[in-house]
Design a binder for this molecule. Structure first.
Ligand code: FES
Ligand SMILES: [Fe+2]
Length: 460
């Protein structure tokens, strides 16, 4: 049933023309896990959201003081630190956290503030990773064991007040989930499992610990970190920003869910035209347009393009990896299924679009952000985890099309996604007559939820 906007509806009840995501899924003989059938939308008000949250130094400083030190954030994958002595530095705003593997056990991982207890020098450089048997400060050589205990203090005779007990490295909370190492700087924070809300139950269907990094791209974006991530929280922009996708990617039929303060989702169909694409299109033409099937493929009589492409990808991806995908639903094979974990992590459990995103401030700059884009490939059962590839680092003006692995399908799409951000950040500041943004009640609900959760921390 199509729910059109009528005068009788309450705000937030209206939906686009065309089938809902649930109706598209219902046509699939391979039904997905029940978690993909869940729906969780509630109207959250329609007040404008002020632009100064993206532009004001005071707002940025408040996030630094009250939000970043209180939330769970992922640092790296377990495969970044497989050997004893491996370390990985996570920088966010002024904070720098050093994650270290100190033993062979699966959870023998500790995290420290990346700052020497002598005169503050970073123990490891920002944004670095490496291996060292001890943690030695490059300035005067104070040194700690991997478990944080004091190893050596040169000229110790000069520091009678320094005791081993008081000068062990202060620890930051660490927990592991889905193959990701998470930290929280707040010693009193609730456990990660509580913070993750529905994610453990939903991702029981898609164990990310069994996947591995096939590609990692880091890019500086010319806008506040929140504007950068919000560009990825809705499919409303597809029509305008990715106009070439409209014949086979239905941004307007996406489903939006808010599962709690920390977790939201969108789910939008591929190999399905947007309602704004009114040109008559046969299933064969849809297959040709989407470019996701084999070149020149002819659709068997009576088969939908979605069913055909899903089957093609089951065979192509399953065959290449050595896993049986015959039972996997069309929506998991084809669609953009995107969860967000507050404050800055996106997880895509789908098979053909298996991404992880992270957005964070670039140092203390209100106006730029760092975007980590990772692809998590499937592993065959029992397959060793390959070493993670070196990240590509792209500057503000570098194109995603320079990353060969993104190909000419995804490279241009990421360029389109990031091409509006400079103008948006400038436009926030130029909006003298209107102090805030006006959000769609349904399609932009995730942005509103993320803002409300941010204020939970800032207003505490
Ligand atoms: S600052 Fe680290 S040893 Fe002096
Ligand atoms: Fe996009």
């Amino acid at each position: 049933m199509n729910i059109q906007n009528t005068d009788k509806m309450k705000p937030g009840e209206a939906r686009s023309a065309g089938p809902t995501m649930a109706e598209i899924i219902a046509r699939d003989p391979n039904q997905p896990p029940k978690e993909l059938l869940a729906q969780a939308y509630e109207f959250m008000g329609d007040d404008d959201i002020p632009y100064d949250r993206y532009t004001s130094k005071e707002f940025f400083d408040l996030e630094v003081e009250k939000m970043w030190p209180k939330v769970w954030q992922w640092v790296c994958r377990l495969e970044h630190i497989p050997e004893v002595g491996d370390n990985y530095v996570y920088d966010v705003g002024p904070y720098s956290i050093l994650v270290v593997r100190h033993g062979d056990g699966p959870e023998d991982i500790k995290a420290y503030h990346n700052s020497c207890l002598h005169r503050g020098t970073q123990l490891k450089p920002s944004y670095s990773s490496g291996n060292s048997p001890k943690l030695r400060c490059p300035f005067h050589g104070w040194e700690w064991n991997l478990d944080g205990s004091v190893s050596e203090i040169p000229c110790r005779w000069d520091f009678p007040k320094v005791t081993d007990e008081e000068f062990a490295l202060p620890e930051v909370r660490v927990e592991i989930w889905g193959g990701f190492v998470f930290i929280n700087m707040d010693p009193d924070a609730a456990p990660l499992e509580d913070y993750l809300e529905v994610l453990p139950a939903h991702f029981a269907n898609w164990p990310l610990e069994d996947r591995y990094i096939t590609l990692h791209v880091q890019k500086i974006l010319p806008c506040n970190w929140k504007a950068a991530q919000e560009a990825f929280t809705e499919a409303y922009h597809v029509k305008e920003t990715h106009a070439h996708l409209v014949p086979y990617c239905s941004g307007e039929n996406a489903q939006y869910d808010v599962f709690g303060d920390n977790v939201t989702r969108f789910h939008h169909p591929f190999v399905h035209p947007d309602p704004s694409w009114t040109a008559p299109q046969t299933e064969q033409e849809l297959l040709d347009a989407c470019g996701m099937g084999p070149e020149g493929a002819e659709l068997p009589e009576g088969m939908s393009a979605r069913a055909y492409v899903a089957q093609h990808l089951r065979e192509a991806i399953g065959g290449a990896v050595g896993v049986d995908l015959s039972h996997v639903s069309e929506t998991e094979m084809l669609d953009s299924i995107e969860y967000h974990l507050f404050p800055n992590m996106f997880l895509f459990p789908g098979i053909s679009l298996p991404m992880i995103y992270r957005f964070r401030p670039n140092g203390m700059d209100t106006d730029t952000a760092i975007f980590d884009l990772i692809f998590l490939g499937l592993k065959a059962p029992g397959q060793e985890t390959p070493e993670p590839p070196e990240p590509y680092w792209l500057g503000v003006d570098d194109s995603y099309t320079t990353v060969p692995e993104l190909g000419d399908m995804l490279g241009p799409v990421y360029d389109q996604d990031t091409s509006n951000l400079d103008m948006q950040q400038k436009g926030f500041k130029a909006s003298v007559a209107k102090p805030g943004q006006t959000l769609g009640n349904y399609q932009e609900i995730r942005l509103r939820r993320i803002d409300a959760t941010l204020h939970k921390y800032l207003d505490a």
